[in-house]
Design a protein around this ligand. Structure first.
Ligand SMILES: Nc1ncnc2c1ncn2[C@@H]1O[C@H](COP(=O)(O)OP(=O)(O)OP(=O)(O)O)[C@@H](O)[C@H]1O
Length: 238
């Protein structure tokens, strides 16, 4: 698979929160969040349902802006970015959404290629990259299938392929193994670990403690737990 890693040096922070708070309106959901994720790191984000894991990921890719505090992505304060700046920054972040939605009338290959199409790339020049990516996620034989024809595990792998097709520096995955069996979870974890070995920063929100334990044998990972509106660093050996 073709994967470029951009300028940020290993160990430099890619996501930095300083005293960040977030509120959807009534009462603070997240508060006093200070956190720095270095380039090339591998993090799990855990905590009870409703604690704010998805919300924190949305802050990390600029879909939401903090209601207080400072958020820097790739060394830029998100508040200083205009629309183009936010769009450029988002291209450097691949997101695997919890619901991994697809356009059901497009083939799975076209769905995976959608970020390229939206960014105005000619698909003709990207066929090899796309084929390599489909192969990498084990969907080469499913390229022409429509999304409703895929299994849960195939959908999750397609969602991962779509998230990385623009060669992002950071991959944020929200419950990527939520609806799939153990074997498929392991395959997905392996793909995320491979991306991390290519230098990508990976953050996975999950309830699945067995996934976190399995990752320990493959990659140096850290666990962040959100509880009581705050973030707690659980360390590498949860
Ligand atoms: N757009 C929104 N408007 C208002 N409240 C919201 C919105 N999105 C989420 N919330 C609320 O914020 C809280 C945190 O939601 P979030 O999805 O971030 O939690 P989570 O830790 O990811 O939960 P889960 O593990 O169940 O996916 C919940 O109480 C949720 O109802």
């Amino acid at each position: 698979m073709v994967c470029r890693v951009r300028a940020q040096g290993k160990g430099e922070p890619v996501i930095e929160l300083t005293d960040v708070a977030y509120s959807y309106g009534d009462g603070e959901l997240l508060g006093d969040m200070t956190l720095s994720l270095p380039t090339g790191s591998f993090y799990f984000l855990t905590g009870p349902s409703g604690a704010g894991k998805t919300t924190l990921l949305k802050l990390c890719y600029g879909e939401l802006l903090p209601t207080a505090g400072h958020l820097r992505l790739f060394d830029q304060d998100v508040r200083s970015l205009d629309r183009d700046g936010i769009a450029e920054m988002r291209r450097r972040i691949g997101v695997v959404h919890q619901d991994c939605q697809f356009l059901d009338h497009l083939s799975i290959a076209d769905n995976i290629a959608l970020p390229l199409t939206v960014a105005g790339h000619s698909l003709a020049g990207e066929q090899q990259n796309l084929a390599e990516l489909m192969n990498w996620v084990g969907l080469r034989d499913r390229a022409d299938a429509l999304p409703p024809e895929l299994s849960g595990g195939e959908r999750q792998r397609a969602a991962l392929a779509r998230a990385v097709i623009m060669s992002p520096d950071v991959i944020l995955a929200d419950e990527p193994t939520g609806n799939i069996d153990w074997e498929m979870s392991q395959r997905l974890l392996q793909l995320l670990v491979e991306l991390n070995r290519m230098g990508k920063t990976v953050v996975i929100a999950t309830h699945d403690m067995s996934l976190i334990r399995a990752a320990k044998t493959q990659v140096q990972s850290r666990v962040l737990r959100i509880a009581g509106r705050r973030i707690q660093q659980a360390g590498a050996d949860l």
